[in-house]
Write a protein that binds this ligand. Sequence first.
Ligand SMILES: NC(=O)c1ccc[n+]([C@@H]2O[C@H](COP(=O)([O-])OP(=O)(O)OC[C@H]3O[C@@H](n4cnc5c(N)ncnc54)[C@H](O)[C@@H]3O)[C@@H](O)[C@H]2O)c1
Length: 258
Amino acid sequence: MDRVKGKVALITGGASGLGRQAARRLAEEGALVVVTDLNEVGGAAVAEELGDSGLFVAHDVTKETDWVRVVQASLDQFGRLDVLVNSAGVGNMNTVEDCSLEEWKHVMSVNGDGVFLGCKHGIGAIKRTSTEPGAGGSIVNISSVAGLIGGHNLASYNASKGAVRLLTKSVALHCARQGYNIRCNSVHPTFIDTPMVRSMIDNADDPARVEQKLARQVPIGHIGEPDDIAWGIVYLASNESKFMTGAEFVVDGGITAM
Ligand SMILES: NC(=O)c1ccc[n+]([C@@H]2O[C@H](COP(=O)([O-])OP(=O)(O)OC[C@H]3O[C@@H](n4cnc5c(N)ncnc54)[C@H](O)[C@@H]3O)[C@@H](O)[C@H]2O)c1
């Protein structure tokens, strides 16, 4: 209880999956939460679930004008911004030979440009209050194990998540150097049971076989659940992690230990 009390958090991709669960857990732990997403129906439903602690703002993370509007809406509604969780993202399973330039650009735009714009505009708002006594800013960028290790059919996804990993370190070092008291860390999940992964399983010819195959790749023996990541996000958002910046928070059931 109250691990992030008094903080205002903005979560992109908050209508679904990891973003939605992070919104719920952050609100439970005392944060006021701005949920943003392209999916207006889903995002509004999550904000409604959070009651007075939630606000939904429609948002395309690839558009800089949207970022300016969304950050301003957070300040107007809740008076400050402390935490930014960049969770909006898209998947793509293609080899370098099969990936079209349009697909590549789309994945890089949502997963790469979206996180860059979030950090750029998020810092501007967070630094207004992050050096106040007891305060502290935190940017949490959702990368992937695919930002750490390659896959033969993940050309654009690997590239975009690798970009998130190193952008995070640059942002962390910049904020530290400027004395902003804003930390920035990347999160690296493996397969988690969200609509992104569920649609991949359900669209396969033999969904049960695909789910078993995914589970077999995880040393712990099963795919993860959204809370496995959401609690990590709560930790990174809170002052409990105040000495942690530029780090890779790996939650992968042991995949990268092999
Ligand atoms: N689920 C996993 O196994 C897994 C593993 C590693 C990393 N990730 C990453 O976690 C993040 C969340 O994924 P998820 O599993 O919750 O997926 P999801 O599909 O359930 O949720 C992603 C959300 O992002 C939103 N979105 C997509 N494009 C957008 C845009 N241009 N602007 C604003 N919102 C947009 C979607 O509407 C959706 O609500 C992604 O960055 C994903 O790459 C997921």
